[in-house]
Every structure is written in structure tokens, then in C-alpha cells.
Design a protein around this ligand. Structure first.
Ligand SMILES: [Zn+2]
Length: 509
């Protein structure tokens, strides 16, 4: 393929100022062999559309496998919440065209230097990890479709590899206000740049006006009057001519003339352009681009993406309430802290974040909790103050935000974390319990054993000792008095020679 680099001075990329000497290419699809493959598909899909105009379509849900890649040391992985925000925005971007995306999976265990920063050397291992039933998106540190040219610095924000059929995006571009991922999805579904032919060598004053009849990339130069739109530029007639293959500092490009001497007026708000300075909400795909993407989606080569599966569509409107540990509570042992929160409708997953700073930037733990509203963490440090928060989501609904942070402290006590294998189940009723009453503990054990029950307050202090009790084979019940306890949250522990079990008890006023 051709050289991707474009040598010029440019400061842009979604508000992030790059070094003025840096060569810059929004995406790695800059002409060459890869573009030839995409163009072939584009022209095929154009013919399909001409033969069978789209009559009807209903919303489809496209599975996406996100690969959150870290370096070999496990560092630098994109934060899960950025992926959730990106998908939320992507579905807004694609809503008008009735194409929606859901998370088939978030692979957050790939630690590989080659994938992280030199994908051009990593095709084999990436192919082994590729999900053949989803659109694969690799989130990496450096997007590197080809080996760099010595002496040149290139920043590629993302690219679509049509030979491997996957998208790669730089982790810093995974954010709601970036237009990189919708742009790359446009390539995935066969679209060329609006400035097709000017990718590697954009129009510049040194090329001069009027522009040549054939662009530097060998594609016929599209004219402003639309007379050759079908066979020039991006081969699409509702996207005006565009020769800007580099980036431009405003949303109003008016410097180049077409081969007849007429100033071209590109549509700077098209996702498939390289204009970055239009209002984010106004970027879009043209109607013909949408039809072509649909034709690509419906082509037999995309069979692997199509199914009748509909993800959970329930919107998440409630905010979970953090219940334990909160308010500076000290759990009984630092080596096994059971985080608890209220479940909310629609949430199939909760992203749990724990860190020593409220900014979650020191050494945050990020854990995906699936199908339940509590999780035990065994890797906290002793004698620390911590913050934690929860973000609910499901495979398709990823727009809900984090809860406020809860706070807690760890002590230096180690508790036994082995589950009591003979205990099949135990429950507490009523819960909450009123302060003047008692709680009934119901247990089912497959073999009799002795255990010690203790009630702790949220500061980790013993509130009640219920002593050693015999738990019989089969069903056993105990009544424990909670009279005169302060209203609040308590942890009832059951210690046994095999380990400890914990249940939460709420004492109400
Ligand atoms: Zn591109």
C-alpha cells in the first residue's frame, strides 16, 4: 500500500493539539491496495442498489467485539467506561440509519506489545483472537497499519483493515466527542473518503488552481457541478467534491478550484471527510452513503454479522445506591471486601471501580460484574482509605453514568475467605429488621458443623456475639436478638473451620 504519511503542519484532532511538526493522518485508509479493495466493494454495492433499490428496512443490531489491549506488562489499557461512552455516542450517530451496535464482548485480558503498538507485525495473533461472529474493534496505543518510515512521525487515529476485516482505533480516540470510530465504521461498511484520491497527497497551493483532472491518487477529480460525481472522487453524488486529505482548521473550506476553475464547496460535516472543526452533533452520513452501508451490511460477505438476535433493549433510568461499604465503613477483613449495591432495572452488568483517589487515577481496579449486584474483592491493600463507584449497563444500553463515590477504609485483619462447603444456603428474615425485634436465621447444610455467629457494624466493630452454634444436617433455624441496636447496616458473619460467610443485615428504626 501507499505511504500513509502526509507531510504538513497541522494542529487538530478533536481539540487535542499535536506537535506542530507531527505528520498526521486521521485514519490509515489513505489510498493504495486497501482502498482498492474497499472501492471494489463500493462499486459492487452501488450496482446492487441500482438493481434493487432499498424498499424497507427495520432496525438491526450489529454485534461488536471490543479488544481492550494493554502492553505486555498489562499497562495502558483503555478504561471500560470510555468504551461504554463511545458505544453510547456511536448508537446516536447511527440511529437515523436504523443500524445499532451492541457489545458482544469486551476482552480486557489482552496484554501484547505487538498488538498494542505495532499491529503490522501482529496479524497472526490478532487473527487468532478475532471474533468471527462480530465486528472486531481493537483499541490500542498506536494505530499502525504499516511499518513507520524512518525519520517520520505519523499519528494515525484509526483504520479499517479490509484484508483482515477489522477496525483498529487509538485509545485516545475512544471518547464521545471523537468522530474517529463512526468514520472507521463507514470504511468497514465500504465507504471511501469524501476526498478519495487526495488521501495521500491533499490539494495544496503547490498543486495549484484549478486542480488537475486526475487526482494525485489516480482517481478522477470530482467537479463542483456534479457532472462527473458518479465516476469521480468517492463515486457518490450526494457528497460534494472534497480535496482535503489532511485536515483543515475550520468548518468552512473554500480554497481549491475544480478542473473547470470553480471553487469547490465540500460538505465538512460528513463523517467520511477529514474536517474536525464542525459542531460534533452535526456530523452525519449522506443518504447515499447510508444506502451503500446498508447494501454492504446485506451482502453475503456480512452474513457473519446478521442474525435475528436482539439485545436487551431496556433503558437504564435508575441509579444504583451503594449500600456497603459506604460512609467510611471498615469491613471485617481487608482481604475479602464484599461490595453491595441496589440492582436497577435493565442492568445486566455493573462496572465496579475502586481506587484510593476520588479521581480514580492512582491504581484503579476496574471489574465487570455480571448478573449480580455484589462482588467480593480480594486484592485491596491494608490500612487504606478507598473510593468506589458503579456504572450500570447492558450490551446495548451504555449511556448511564457512574454513581457518586462511596468511601471505606481497610484494616489489617485477614479473614478466612473459603466458603463453607457444607452450607447449601442461609437466609435472614425479616431484613430489614426493626430495632426492637429479632432476626431468624435459616440454614440448609449437607453435613452438620459448628459455627460462630458475630454481628459487626460498618466500622468493623463487634456489635453482638451470638456464640458458637451447632448447625445440623438439613434445616436449622436460630433467632438472634437485635434489641437496642442502633439503626443501620450490619454484617453477620458465620465462622467455621473451613471459612467465613457474610450476610448483610439492615436494622431499621
Ligand atoms: Zn478514513
Amino acid at each position: 500500500m501507499k505511504k500513509l504519511m502526509v507531510a504538513a503542519i497541522l494542529l487538530f484532532c478533536g481539540g487535542m493539539a499535536l506537535h506542530a511538526q507531527t505528520n498526521h493522518s486521521r485514519c490509515g485508509n489513505s489510498g493504495g491496495e486497501w482502498q482498492d479493495i474497499i472501492t471494489e466493494r463500493l462499486l459492487r454495492n452501488k450496482q446492487t442498489l441500482a438493481d434493487n433499490p432499498v424498499q424497507f428496512r427495520s432496525t438491526v443490531y450489529v454485534p461488536v467485539r471490543f479488544h481492550l489491549v494493554a502492553n505486555t506488562a498489562g499497562q495502558g489499557r483503555v478504561e471500560h467506561w470510555r468504551v461504554l461512552e463511545q458505544l453510547c455516542r456511536l448508537n446516536q450517530d447511527f440511529a437515523d440509519m436504523d443500524m445499532q451496535f451492541y457489545i458482544k464482548g469486551m476482552n480486557d485480558n489482552i496484554n501484547n506489545n505487538a498488538i498494542y503498538s505495532t499491529q503490522y507485525t501482529a496479524g497472526t495473533v490478532m487473527n487468532l483472537l478475532r471474533d468471527p461472529t462480530a465486528l472486531n474493534v481493537w483499541i490500542v496505543d498506536l494505530a499502525t497499519p504499516v511499518a513507520p518510515t524512518p525519520g517520520e512521525t505519523t499519528i494515525v487515529l484509526g483504520y479499517y483493515n479490509p484484508q483482515r476485516d477489522w477496525v483498529v482505533i487509538r485509545r485516545s480516540e475512544v471518547r464521545a466527542n471523537s468522530v474517529t470510530l463512526p468514520h472507521e465504521f463507514g470504511h468497514f461498511f465500504d465507504l471511501a473518503h469524501t476526498h478519495n484520491g487526495w488521501d495521500a497527497t491533499p490539494w495544496s497551493p503547490s498543486i495549484g488552481n484549478p486542480a488537475p483532472i486526475i487526482s494525485p491518487g489516480g482517481v478522477p477529480t470530482e467537479r463542483q457541478n456534479g457532472s462527473n460525481c458518479d465516476t469521480a472522487g468517492d463515486y457518490i453524488c450526494d457528497t460534494p467534491p472534497d480535496y482535503n486529505g489532511l485536515g483543515y482548521p475550520t468548518c468552512n473550506y473554500n480554497i481549491a478550484q475544480d478542473p473547470t476553475g470553480v471553487f469547490i464547496n465540500p460538505d465538512e460535516k460528513l463523517f467520511m471527510s477529514y474536517f474536525d472543526f464542525c459542531p460534533r452533533d452535526e456530523y452525519y452520513f449522506s443518504p447515499t452513503q447510508v444506502d451503500l452501508m446498508w447494501a454492504d451490511y446485506n451482502h453475503s460477505s456480512r452474513n457473519y454479522l446478521r442474525s435475528t438476535f436482539v439485545p436487551n433493549l431496556t433503558e437504564i433510568t435508575e441509579t444504583p445506591v451503594l449500600t456497603y461499604p459506604v460512609g467510611g465503613a471498615i469491613p471485617p477483613g481487608y482481604n475479602a471486601v464484599n461490595f453491595q449495591w441496589t440492582a436497577v432495572a435493565g442492568a445486566d452488568f455493573y462496572l465496579l471501580e475502586i481506587d484510593r483517589a476520588a479521581s480514580y487515577t492512582i491504581n484503579p481496579l476496574r471489574i465487570i460484574v455480571s448478573g449480580t449486584n455484589n462482588h467480593t474483592v480480594t486484592t485491596l491493600e491494608p490500612n487504606r482509605s478507598y473510593f468506589w463507584r458503579i456504572r450500570p449497563y447492558n450490551a446495548y444500553r451504555t449511556c448511564a453514568t457512574f454513581t457518586q463515590s462511596g468511601t471505606f477504609q481497610t484494616n489489617n485483619t485477614i479473614v478466612n475467605t473459603t466458603d463453607i462447603t457444607d452450607l447449601n444456603e442461609w437466609s435472614i428474615a425479616p431484613n430489614p429488621v426493626y430495632a426492637q425485634g429479632s432476626i431468624q436465621i435459616n440454614l440448609q447444610a449437607s453435613r452438620g458443623f459448628e459455627g460462630v455467629f458475630t454481628l459487626y457494624n460498618t466500622a468493623g466493630q463487634v456489635a453482638r456475639q451470638y456464640g458458637k452454634q451447632r448447625i445440623n444436617t438439613g434445616a436449622t433455624s436460630f433467632d438472634f436478638n437485635v434489641e437496642a441496636l442502633q439503626p443501620g447496616i450490619y454484617m453477620l458473619t458465620l465462622d467455621h473451620e473451613e471459612g467465613r460467610e457474610v450476610r448483610r443485615v439492615v436494622v431499621a428504626r
